[in-house]
Design a protein around this ligand. Structure first.
Ligand code: AHM
Ligand code: MG
Length: 336
């Protein structure tokens, strides 16, 4: 093996630009610039997540620290970082954040052609324990002749032009699709660049892991209960599946994309529409999963086909290896 340094590293921006070169003059470069803004927010949030404990970012928003200064909860801070950066990019028209009740409509001076829906810091209940958390985002192009209205984001996930997440763990990993497969990039902190480390991620067709919050078992509907039992008590001498549940969607989905298996957060007797949010959690993860060769379903319907009626609506989610998710779907079909 050569001990020479690689002098031809592929950064995320270089990778996305290369796609644009292929499109020729029709590509304006706007998506590349928007993705640059998103990368910057991820770097900034990654830095804050890392030093959270040292600079008192953990705790409830509105609390004051011993110096009498107001603390900002890390997810509120991450939201502010994203709103400011996306507005300043000049490439966005409508922003939807999990942290904000209403959509943000960008002023004319800064308005661009894209809409970004995002969860600035998902899994934030895990922050205090130092568990992996992440930012999830989806991008729509505004409709022709639109100046940016709610209708530009109340569209099925299949109309998204790009989606991804950044996972803040021992390193920051950005996983992205622009509709031509899925690639993973790792932040080189010294360079300050996301470097292509996981080209063309493919979900294995079948895995050995299931990832559900089984603490909700008493509320689960029958197809889910029966499916989980089939994994735990397999017939024909097959081995049972392993359970892995972090409780942080980005981390659970990241593992599912790389190792295969199934991640699920179903609707149940208590949470009639499930827990996860359609626009900025389910859609981006469903887009990534399909682009990696997997399936993403509510149990009975393709997630990306749902037409949202509310920016914060929830939906049932199962995603992962195609054979595993197909097995789950069979239990729903038997019910019907
Ligand atoms: P949040 O957006 O309030 O952080 O909630 C979303 C998180 C997901 O990351 C995770 O998959 C799920 O909630 C875990 O929920 P539970 O604690 O009910 O298992
Ligand atoms: Mg969330």
């Amino acid at each position: 093996m050569s001990d020479q340094p690689n002098t031809n590293i592929i950064t995320l921006t270089r990778h996305v630009l290369a796609d644009q070169f292929e499109l020729g003059p029709v590509a304006s470069g706007d998506l590349t610039l928007l993705l640059t803004a998103i990368q910057t927010t991820s770097k900034f949030i990654a830095t804050n997540v890392r030093k959270a404990r040292l600079i008192n970012l953990i705790g409830l928003a509105g609390e004051t620290n011993i110096q009498g200064e107001e603390q900002k909860k890390l997810d509120v801070l991450s939201n502010d970082i994203m709103i400011n950066s996306l507005r300043a990019s000049g490439k966005t028209a409508v922003l939807v954040s999990e942290e904000l009740d209403e959509a943000v409509f960008i002023d004319e001076k800064h308005r661009g052609k894209y809409c970004v829906v995002f969860d600035p810091l998902d899994g934030s209940s895990n922050i205090d324990a130092g568990v992996n958390i992440g930012t999830i985002f989806g991008i729509y192009h505004i409709r022709p002749d639109s100046k940016g209205t709610l209708q530009d984001v109340l569209r099925p996930g299949s109309e998204m032009v790009a989606a991804g997440y950044t996972m803040y763990g021992s390193s920051a990993n950005l996983v992205l699709t622009t509709g031509k497969g899925v690639n993973g990039y790792t932040l080189d902190a010294a360079l300050g660049e996301f470097i292509l480390t996981h080209p063309n991620i493919r979900v294995p067709p079948r895995g050995k892991i299931y990832s559900f919050n089984e603490g909700n078992s008493m509320y689960f509907h029958e197809p889910v209960t029966k499916y989980l039992n089939s994994l735990k008590y397999p017939s024909n001498g097959k081995l049972p599946y392993s359970a892995r549940y972090i409780g942080s969607m980005v981390a659970d989905v990241h593992r599912t994309l790389l190792y295969g298996g199934i991640f699920g957060y179903p609707d149940d007797k208590k949470s009639k529409n499930g827990k996860l949010r359609l626009l900025y959690e389910a859609f981006p993860m469903a887009f990534l999963t399909e682009q990696a060769g997997g399936i993403a379903t509510t149990g009975t319907k393709r997630i990306l086909d749902i037409v949202p009626t509310d920016i914060h609506q929830r939906c049932s989610v199962f995603l992962g290896s195609k054979d595993d998710v197909a097995d789950l779907q069979k239990f729903y079909q038997q019910e019907a």
